[in-house]
Design a protein around this ligand. Sequence first.
Ligand SMILES: [Fe+2]
Length: 265
Amino acid sequence: MKLLWMTDLHLMSGGEKHRSGVDPAVRLRVCLDDMLAEHADAARLIITGDLIQLRHTAAYGMLAEALAEVPIPVRLLVGNHDDREALARAFPALQLSNGFVQNAEQLNGYQLIYLDTLADNSMHSGQLSAERLAWLETTLGESQGPALLFMHHPPATVGIPALDKARLNDGDIELARILQRHRHRQPYLLCGHLHRNVSGVWKGTPFTVMTAPYIGFALRMQEQKLVAVDENPGYGVILCNEEGVVIHTNSLRKRVDTLETLSAR
Ligand SMILES: [Fe+2]
């Protein structure tokens, strides 16, 4: 089974661009074009949050238009820049669980779990409240086979101070306990939020954070502030079978540069 994975699109209303000149809509377009040319056989396209830039809720309409042309079933998650109600208005088919953008499905022997880590207090750091954790515990208990848990905020500290402050730091201890109780399900965490490609093991559970199509964050371990850089945009291709999980990061720099030069004319 092949899954496509994007994260942190940060689309802006009215075609606005990042101050560096990077155009998030162009970045999305380039990634989608490449996906459809190379991976139209994928079973799902999963987008792990920060679909829009904070308060640019009109950009959900742009996303809905772009995704209407994608023949692959899409699963959307929320991040700290997202707005659940505006998202649900733009995507009426969005599956909610008690108002949270959480759901799960069984596919080719794998359970795909989509978690909502948007904090109730509008902080940029992530949260899994007791209600959401209880849903996860029940959901893991109801199924069998390996579990892929998609969520915006990674719970791990990665050594970059500005990003570590904004990790999933509310509900993380209980999340680790739940994953421990369901160790036989071979849970794997797939996150966004860092705008970098990072992999590791968190309290016994493997995790990967995918790069963003949009602006990246620099590997600054001495700096307290977040440093934005024009990293290679890209998306993930996940292969899952009876042997396990393989995750590719597909980088598209050259094509993006060409398109942005054209769109600036
Ligand atoms: Fe984020």
